[in-house]
Design a protein around this ligand. Structure first.
Ligand SMILES: [Fe+2]
Length: 358
């Protein structure tokens, strides 16, 4: 469609917003498609009440009851999100036939043994384990993980105009070196997850007996602190510039500390939007969560498509008093709507929607 302009608007998006107006980005395809900016006289999140399920949610994953299996809390046909707390290594090995894992280490320390060799892990690591890999998580101290299960393969984002070293230099990626484990037990079990059912296969030898590997498919690791964010000092960029992993119909983005826009006319906080084509989930890892109030590390916010979110009222009012963000968070934006599990429903921060009023 032709670009049109009607009534009172700014000259450029997110810059010199007309006095007394609140700018909303109404766009398709995440932040890539047809888009208009609407200049409201009121904040679109200043609701009196919300009746019905399309509302902002906050889930306190620290309240989940953890057992032997990761706790699933949000899912659709493309992606499922789990939290997992682990103190001791499992006695068995695992294989996920339902999808690739991106395991984000919220805290803890240890290693993941795989067919390809072991990878150590610590806070802030993302460990990608392709579907079908045999693995075992071996904590050296209590560890907490956000686990993203993708039906499609996990890919790196296209850097396009930014060049191949933007976001993170491929050189920071770590891959395992093979260690062929000796068989010292008389029985080893591999537990395969397929269609969310488990099958146990028993061997008389160690299942991680690989002496070498070659090829284009392997587990890999990236730390969120190696992510170098793209920003513009003159205009707020869409969160999609922080894309870290791509799957079919979803994207994983890393929010890491960065300076705020220094141009005096530039809005320094996210613009209002109603996510027309994506549900938005953010896991809060560490730091001070400038853009959200009432949220601590280990919590998740879930903003379904259709209802507005934007700058948090306090962040909007204080945007000129800060010159940098110091938060680490993982965002998962999904093309198809997510459903909440009973675990998510049992750990809701009920008044979260009220924190958006102003
Ligand atoms: Fe958003």
């Amino acid at each position: 469609m032709t670009h049109l302009k009607k009534g009172i608007t700014s000259k450029q998006a997110h810059v010199a917003i007309p006095e007394g107006t609140f700018e909303e980005e109404h766009g398709r395809d995440g932040f890539y498609g047809a888009v208009s900016h609407l200049y409201h006289q009121n904040s679109p999140t200043n609701w009196l009440k919300i009746k019905g399920p399309c509302r902002p949610y906050a889930i306190d994953t620290r309240k989940f009851e953890f057992g032997d299996e990761p706790v699933k809390f949000l899912f659709n046909d493309d992606v499922a999100l789990f939290m997992f707390h682990k103190i001791h290594p499992e006695m068995f090995y695992s294989r996920n036939a339902d999808g690739d894992w991106v395991i984000f280490v919220h805290d803890g320390k240890g290693f993941v043994e795989t067919d390809y060799g072991p990878l150590t892990y610590s806070d802030g690591d993302y460990i990608v384990i392709p579907r079908g890999t045999t693995y075992r998580i071996v904590p050296e101290k209590e560890s907490r993980f956000l686990m993203i299960e993708s039906k499609s393969d996990i890919r790196q984002p296209d850097r396009g105009l930014l060049g191949q070293h933007a976001l993170y230099d491929p050189a920071v990626i770590e891959v395992p070196e093979p260690i062929a484990f000796e068989s010292v037990e008389d029985k080893y079990q591999v537990r395969i997850k397929r269609l969310e059912e488990f099958t146990t296969v028993t061997y008389a030898f160690h299942p991680l007996d690989v002496v070498g590997w070659k090829g284009t498919l392997y587990p890999w690791k990236l730390n969120i602190r190696d992510f170098r964010p793209v920003m513009s000092h003159r205009g707020h960029l869409a969160p999609s510039v922080h894309s870290t992993f791509i799957g079919d119909n979803f994207v994983v983005c890393s929010f890491v500390p960065r300076p705020l826009e220094e141009d005096k006319d530039a809005q320094r906080v996210p613009f209002w939007h109603r996510n027309i084509d994506y549900d938005e989930v953010i896991f809060y890892h560490a730091g001070n969560f400038f853009s959200r109030d009432g949220i601590d590390a280990g919590m998740v916010t879930f903003h379904p498509l259709g209802i507005h979110h934007g700058p948090h009222p306090k962040a909007y009012q204080n945007q000129r008093t800060k010159d940098k963000t110091d938060e680490y968070a993982v965002m998962i934006d999904t093309r198809r709507p997510l459903k909440m599990t009973s675990a998510a429903n049992s750990a809701l921060f009920e008044d979260y929607w009220k924190l958006w009023q102003f």
